[in-house]
Design a protein around this ligand. Structure first.
Ligand SMILES: Nc1ncnc2c1ncn2[C@@H]1O[C@H](COP(=O)(O)OP(=O)(O)OP(=O)(O)O)[C@@H](O)[C@H]1O
Ligand SMILES: [Mg+2]
Length: 442
């Protein structure tokens, strides 16, 4: 038994999370604002708090400190918005043990809940981001995926840098987490930095921290993410977007395990495992002069190359059934399986969005179906045909994509963060897409 407090100003979210927690066998209380949370923390025993970052009466980060004063032993998990890497990190610095990005799914919420309650039970402090993404969560048995899994296991046993490459949605982050989680000794924390969403200015102080007085706003010292990841893993996502001016600093971190804070005068020694990921061709970036060749070789010690879904043969059906099975259970739907025609279509579709596209498509269909056999609509673009035909097809797909993106941009009054969130892509990806010829032409 244990007690959970949920603090969020959205009533329906509060209600549904509370009933989930209850179903898992814990007692639960809820609060709609900071004052309510403090009152409950003062008057009852609480093990775990899920805390919304934006409350009506106070700022979630400040509240962490006050709650910790009242219940020093409590574990706090922040509920943050997407594209809010900075506040998520600030909350970890303020003493939260983890964060979940909204909108999150039930599976993620439950696994965080279980993980923290279990590790409390064992008298251990919950470790940030140890979501046990073992090899089992990576579905696939084709030859290429078998090799990927072997490489992940091998990589988990050594400290050398890993470079994960693959098209969008092929599971690069999943692979990075698996490398971290497969280590059998204490592997510390997994800290993800999205080099694509942070601005060039911000990224240096986020990564390396700063000393008091480094610039006008630096009123106190600040730890960078490299230091937060000490003893664990630093995952540099979209490494192709790391500004060239910062690349020597990363190179030095890899070669000498030391770095300096912004405005700092002494070297700081750390032990971090670096995993980088990209869907860009770094070789092209090197040719263009935007990525350092020496850094590329330093990062690419252990390459993990994720094949596109269209090259994974029958794995697509394995994945489809896996997603269907999990969703069916979560949503309590009586769905028998996919129709034979749909299976055939899935094997032929070109999956430009790879596994993410497959998962989203199934999610949508399952939500709208009740019982019976599932048909996936929108699978009518076979990947066969001559190269010219395929090019034609890609062009039309791009055109469709452009129209769709424009529609969403219109809907959000050109708010790119909002649009990116609705589209399920990062702001950088959206920006990149908008820079292509299709957009330029209009
Ligand atoms: N082999 C797999 N088995 C099960 N789930 C997978 C697999 N590969 C990817 N997924 C799921 O697909 C989704 C996309 O994966 P992930 O975020 O790791 O991709 P990515 O390559 O980092 O994408 P992007 O380039 O857009 O950042 C996630 O929900 C992930 O859990
Ligand atoms: Mg990713």
């Amino acid at each position: 038994m244990g007690a959970v407090l949920i603090v969020d100003d959205m009533e329906d979210l509060r209600f549904s999370l509370a009933s989930l927690v209850k179903k898992e066998g814990y007692s639960v209380s809820t609060a709609a604002d900071g004052a309510g949370a403090l009152e409950i923390a003062t008057s009852s025993i609480i093990d775990l708090i899920f805390l919304d970052i934006g409350l009506p009466d106070t700022d979630g980060i400040r509240l962490i400190g006050r709650l910790k004063e009242i219940v020093p032993d409590v574990d706090i998990v922040m509920l943050t918005g997407i594209n809010d890497a900075k506040t998520a990190v600030d909350s970890l610095r303020a003493g939260a043990v983890d964060y979940i990005v909204k909108p999150f799914d039930i599976i993620e919420f439950k696994s965080t809940l279980r993980r923290i309650m279990q590790s409390r039970l064992m008298g251990k402090k919950a470790l940030l981001e140890t979501r046990e993404v073992g090899l089992d969560r990576i579905i696939g048995t084709c030859e290429a995926m078998r090799r990927v899994k072997e490489t992940i296991l091998m990589a988990s046993e050594v400290d050398a840098p890993v470079l994960v490459t693959g098209e969008t949605g092929t599971g690069k982050e999943l692979a990075a987490r698996a490398v971290h989680d497969c280590r059998n000794r204490q592997s510390g924390v997994f800290v993800k930095v999205d080099c694509g969403t942070l601005s060039a200015n911000l990224i240096e102080s986020e990564l390396f921290g700063y000393d008091k007085g480094a610039f006008t706003d630096a009123k106190t010292d600040k730890k960078g993410l490299v230091e937060v990841a000490n003893g664990g893993t630093l995952f540099l996502d979209e490494i192709g977007n790391l500004p060239i001016s910062l690349q020597p600093k990363l190179l030095r971190l890899i070669e000498e395990s030391t770095f300096r804070k912004v405005g700092g005068i002494k070297d700081i020694q750390v032990r971090v495992r670096i995993i980088a990921a990209t869907n860009a061709h770094l070789e092209d970036e090197i040719d263009k002069g935007s990525f350092r060749e020496d850094l590329f070789y330093r990062l690419n010690v252990i390459p993990i190359i994720l094949p596109p879904l269209r090259d994974r043969g029958e794995d697509v059906l394995l994945l489809a059934n896996y997603f269907l099975h999990t969703l069916k259970k979560e949503l309590k739907k009586e769905i028998s399986g996919f129709t034979p025609a749909t299976c055939k279509d899935m094997l032929q579709h070109s999956w430009p969005g790879n596994i993410r596209e497959l998962r989203n498509l199934i999610e949508r269909e399952v939500l709208f179906s009740r019982t019976g056999w599932l048909t996936l609509h929108g699978l009518n673009c076979p990947a066969t045909g001559s190269p010219q035909e395929r090019n034609q097809e890609i062009v039309t797909l791009r055109e469709m994509e452009r129209q769709y993106i424009e529609k969403v941009l219109n809907l959000t009054s050109n708010n790119k963060s909002k649009a990116a969130r609705l589209l399920g892509i990062s702001r950088t990806t959206l920006r990149e897409k908008m820079q292509t010829d299709q957009f330029q032409a209009t």
